[in-house]
Design a protein. Structure first.
Length: 296
């Protein structure tokens, strides 16, 4: 029997990271906003309430170019509110939200997108019966001609979609095929490539591996690493530490709207990340309790 491959220690590159870097030939971009020395995104003590419900309370983290910030937590931890503040759907009521060092208060997702912050939600905002290239340009189709003679430039759209997907290492059989015929992992990868093509500086991914099997999740993680290695700042929302750790550079742990800590990769191991996600001391106390009951 062969021994299983060793897991990377804290601070060491994972197999996925190494493979992505080798395939793309890319290196990490400097961890700062362009020319400012500031983070691409930064949250300082951010809070948000809905009536008497505290959705987020005093949460701080940052996102840098060429790095992946993973936000982990179970259902009800505040991940959805966190995403929506970054994406401009909600406005934080306390603390500060900075983009490249400048405080912002977005009033719509359009404003966030104009600053290069693209969000890929779990539903992906795709039309299953439409082709890959139509979904790739949905709402931003290239046109030719002028005035009343303006029309969709189908050849340009097909060629651009094919090139953009190829540059991300995504090899589809045919960009004419309906998006609904792709696997879940392939649809996620098309959405990532679309955001990269339209100039995103920060890519926010909402549980992209949640509904995928092991193989498809690995495909998505590989393309997250490729987006990072192209110099984007990536925010990876997940409840699975085994998906987060191979590609993550920074880990923010949320529990009932509050931060349990924000750690660099050199500061936390996969085992400790998993322990904290599982409840840490609470889980250990439960294990002792169940063991005592079993012996009684």
């Amino acid at each position: 029997m062969t021994n299983p491959p060793a897991r990377p220690q804290a601070g060491e590159p994972s197999t996925i990271e190494s493979a992505a870097a080798a395939e793309t030939g890319a290196t990490k971009a400097p961890a700062s906003g362009p020319g400012t020395g500031a983070h691409l995104l930064e949250l300082r003590g951010v809070g948000k309430r809905f009536g008497s419900v505290i959705a987020l309370d005093d949460v701080s983290t940052s996102v840098d170019a060429g790095e992946v910030t993973c936000v982990l937590g179970d259902n009800g931890a505040g991940k959805s509110t966190f995403i929506k503040i970054l994406a401009g759907v909600h406005t934080n009521e306390s603390g500060a939200y900075l983009v490249e060092g400048t405080p912002v208060r977005f009033s719509s997702p359009r404003q966030a997108l104009d600053r290069g912050i693209a969000t890929v939600y779990q539903d992906l905002a795709v039309v299953p019966l439409m082709s890959v290239w139509r979904n790739f340009f949905l709402g931003s189709e290239p046109r030719k001609g002028r005035g009343p003679f303006s029309r969709l430039d189908i050849a340009e759209a097909r060629g651009t979609a094919r090139r953009a997907l190829s540059e991300m290492g995504i090899d589809l059989r045919d960009v004419e095929q309906p998006v609904g015929t792709l696997s879940g992992g392939e649809r996620q990868c098309v959405a990532i490539a679309r955001a990269v093509h339209f100039g995103a500086k920060v890519l926010i991914l909402d549980e992209p591996t949640a509904a995928l099997g092991v193989k498809q999740a690995g495909v998505v993680l590989r393309y997250i690493a490729r987006a990072r290695d192209r110099g984007l700042g990536v925010v990876f929302i997940t409840h699975n530490p085994h998906h987060a750790y191979p590609v993550g550079d920074r880990f923010l742990l949320l529990n009932r709207g509050r931060s349990q800590g924000c750690f660099g990769k050199s500061e936390i191991t996969l085992a400790e990340l998993t322990r904290q996600m599982a409840g840490g001391a609470e889980l250990e106390a439960l294990a002792h309790e169940l063991h005592a009951e079993a012996k009684a």
